[in-house]
Every structure is written in C-alpha cells, then in structure tokens.
Design a protein around this ligand. Structure first.
Ligand code: SF4
Length: 472
C-alpha cells in the first residue's frame, strides 16, 4: 500500500463543512436542538480527536449532554492500547442497546483506534447491530458526510479501510477546557515496538506543517490558554517527513517565541530520538515546562530488544544524566510494562534498578496486555499472572516511596503554579499544577482558576501536594 503522507485538499474539508451546513439546515427544523453525547477513552490524542468531533457536531447544530438518554447522537471514541480498555468499551456499547430501544431515532457511532482493528470492526458488524456508524482515525475528517448520509437514509456505515494516514487542516474544534489545550503536531508512528498497536491503527508518522501548528498556538495564546501541550505518538521525530525538514527542537523554539504567558508541554518522546539538542532547547526556552515524559518500558536490554525499542538501558540512563546536568530540577515521568513475554523476575529487577537511579517523579505502570496483530502477542509468555502481579506490586511500592519523598521536598517552598480547576477534595477549593505538572490541591477563591499564582506548599503525600495561595 502507498504509505505516503497525503494532505486532504482544502476543498475536501470545505465539502465536509458544507455537509455540516446541510445537517444544520435539517436539525434546525426539529422541534428542539438535538444533543450529542461524546465519550472518550484513552490518550490525549483521542481527547484531541474528540474535540474535533465536537467541533463538527456544533457546526451541524448539535448541543452537548452528559446523559446518553438525552442524546440524539452518541459518539464513543475508543482506545486499543490494552485489552481491559477494549472490554470496557464493548461492555458499555452493549449496554446502549437498551438506551436505543427507548430512543430508536438515536444514532450510535463508534470511532478511534479500536475500530481500526479488523477483528473489532467485524465483531461490531455482526454482534452489535444497534451501532449505526463505525469509523477509524483515518476517516475522522469525513464524519459530517457520514452523519448526513445516515440521517438521510438509515442503514449502517463502516469506514475502516486500512488507508495511509492523512492530515486535514481546518476542522472546527470545541475545546473541553478554557485553561489547557492540546495541539497535535503529528500523527502515527513508525517505530513498531513489538507490543504496540499504534502504527497499525494510526498509520505512519506524518507531521503537520510548522506554520499550521504555530498559527494554532498563536490563536490559543491570544484566547488566553495558559498550558499548551504539543501532541504526537513520538514528537521527537517531528518533521522528518516535511518537504523542508525541521526538527522538534526547532519547532519548540518557534513555539516558545510566540508572545504570551503560557507553558509549553509535549508528549510522548521516544528515548532513541530524544537528543542533546532537544534538552538544550528545553533548558533555553523559558516557556517550555521543566518536565519530560520519557518511556523506558523495561530496564533489561534483552527485553528492550524483544520490545524492539532500539535503545539500551545505558543509553537511556546516559540521556537522563545529560538532561539532569542541563535542567537539574527536571520532573521525569515514564511508562513501564511489567511481565513482557519471556521477562524473568531477575530481568524485571533491572527495571527496579533504573527507578532507583533515575528517581522518577511519577510512573504509568502496566502489566503486559497482548494486542492482536502485534509480534509480542505471538511470543511465548510463561510467567504466571500471580508472579507478574507480585512484580508489578513491587514496582508500584518502590515508585510510591520515591514519589512520596520527592513530593515531601516541596513542603515549605513557594511555587508558581497554574490554577487549573476546582478540587474534588472538600478540604481544598482548587487544583493547580506546578510547572513540572505535579498536582497541588489549594485553598483559595474560584476566581483564581486560569491564573498563574504563587502557592505555598504546606503538605504532601505520594499522589499530590497541598498548599495555599501566597502573596504575588
Ligand atoms: S513509539 Fe512504540 S510504543 Fe510508542 S506509539 Fe510508537 S510503536 Fe507504540
């Protein structure tokens, strides 16, 4: 198959916007404004995709609801990264059959990575007959056309062909937050880590043009967004496919030059592509938050090779030392898989050694979950589940003690934080984030939401920090 990046011509996106207007014309004649329920599973890339789906829905005349019973259209944006998440999605979609029985006019749409897996699409086709529309990430840009066709002539639409990925600019967006925003800078991945489904369902790496990214960030800064995250499955390989190559560090510097008081974050980074130039750029750009999420997945070189990670433990550790020398207060987070096929407990202990050396601020830890179609799903996996669980618990315990110590070191300090929301803990009014993205629960007035404020840290535990607003 031709895997070259295709850019959707502006005229084709305009055609989708014309479909939105057609649907809006139709919905404006309905007795009341129709509502849409959009539910998102998985990563920030999916959140960003759902914001574009909401953008299209708004153009089609829909309002939004959190209640499935009220919705004229339900969109579930799914995640394929772990089996558990897939089972949860299928359970929830199955339960919608009762909702649809009460509201037969309802349209049920499934999208996202799971739908790009052929065996899942097949299952939905055969066993979930109340689902009207199924489309993968490649077809998101055509969502209005599919909704229009469904409203005009009922039936079912499946748009899940294994196409080369594309880039479509000019899709409207309804952002979920007034303070933080996601900006996709690239899509897909070329790495084929042996356990990962992403390259199969999201296609190969393709980078947005820098001018489109910079225009989006400039607009967000003008609208007052304070925390902007540049997104991609592997942001460090940004730009390799552009006609005039530009690397991620150069892009970061260009984003940093945009006027405004905002923080820049980015994720995810692959260790093999994280360069000294990137670390230097982070150190030199005042808006770039001092935080790096750098997944290392396993601490043993044999397992890293089996994972097709293309870096060794020593290479990873050398990069961390380089980064810490440039940014001593860097906040480090990582992803780890426990129980990869063939991993022995002795090999797992190399992962613990990496934790002890790096002392991450937080970790995202998972027990290996085989994904159909990936090489790792075919590998022999003889370690019993109980042993994997035991190793997993050792990992969590070690990280908890490191997080607790690192958080305790904040107590007594005053830190400039972004107040980003209202706290669900009754003893505190607000939530905030340190520049390194540590969660702080804060006592203070709700008018502070959306502002950078000095926060005196008064307490901590392994999950978060606690504090009060200090005088600026
Ligand atoms: S770098 Fe590896 S783990 Fe990350 S998305 Fe690409 S293939 Fe998956």
């Amino acid at each position: 198959m031709n895997r070259q990046t295709t850019t959707i011509p502006p005229a084709d996106v305009e055609r989708q916007l014309a479909c939105c207007r057609e649907v809006a014309q139709l919905t404006s004649q309905w007795p009341q404004q129709p509502l849409a329920f959009v539910d998102t599973y998985g990563c920030q890339q999916n959140e960003a995709d759902s914001e574009r789906i909401r953008g299209y829905l708004r153009e089609m005349g829909f309002g939004f609801t959190d209640d499935e019973e009220q919705a004229r259209i339900i969109v579930i944006n799914t995640c394929a990264i772990r089996e558990h998440a897939e089972q949860r999605v299928l359970g929830n979609v199955g339960a919608l059959v009762h909702v649809k029985r009460r509201h037969p006019e309802q349209l049920i749409c499934l999208c996202g990575c799971m739908m790009q897996e052929p065996h899942v699409a097949q299952k939905i086709r055969q066993s979930y007959r109340h689902v009207d529309l199924v489309f993968g990430p490649h077809a998101l840009w055509k969502f209005p056309e599919m909704v229009r066709d469904l409203l005009q002539q009922r039936g079912r639409i499946f748009s899940v062909a294994d196409e080369a990925g594309s880039i479509a600019e000019g899709i409207p967006v309804v952002r979920q937050d007034k303070v933080k925003a996601w900006v996709s800078i690239m899509y897909g991945c070329n790495n084929f880590c042996s356990y990962c489904i992403v390259p199969y369902v999201r296609g190969r790496e393709r980078s947005r043009k820098p001018e489109d990214i910079l225009a989006e960030v400039r607009q967000l800064a003008e609208e007052g967004y304070k925390d902007i995250t540049l997104l991609g499955q592997n942001v460090n390989s940004y730009g390799k496919d552009l006609p005039e190559p530009m690397d991620f560090a150069d892009l970061l510097r260009a984003v940093n030059a945009i006027p405004g008081d905002f923080l820049i974050r980015f994720m995810t980074s692959h260790p093999k592509d994280a360069t000294h130039k990137l670390f230097e750029t982070m150190a030199q750009c005042e808006k770039v938050a001092p935080v790096l999420h750098l997944p290392f997945q396993a601490g043993n070189d044999r397992i890293l090779k089996a994972m097709n990670r293309r870096h060794t433990r020593q290479e990873y550790l050398a990069k961390i030392r380089d980064l810490k020398a440039l940014i001593p207060d860097i906040v480090l987070t990582s992803d780890i898989i426990v129980g990869f096929p063939g991993e022995t407990t002795e090999e797992f202990e190399d992962t613990l050694k990496v934790l002890e050396e790096v002392r991450f601020d937080a970790l995202f830890t998972f027990i290996f979950s085989p994904r159909v179609g990936t090489p790792a799903a075919q590998m022999e996996d003889s370690m019993p589940r109980e042993e994997k669980l035991k190793n997993f618990n050792r990992l969590v315990e070690l990280q908890d003690s490191i997080s607790e110590e690192k958080h305790a070191a904040y107590v007594g300090k005053t830190v400039r934080c972004l107040i980003d929301g209202v706290s669900d803990d009754a003893r505190y009014d607000l939530t905030a984030r340190t520049p390194g993205n540590r969660l702080v629960r804060v006592v203070g007035p709700s008018q502070a939401v959306g502002q950078f404020r000095l926060v005196k840290i008064t307490d901590s535990n392994k999950w978060s920090l606690y504090g009060e607003l200090a005088e600026d």
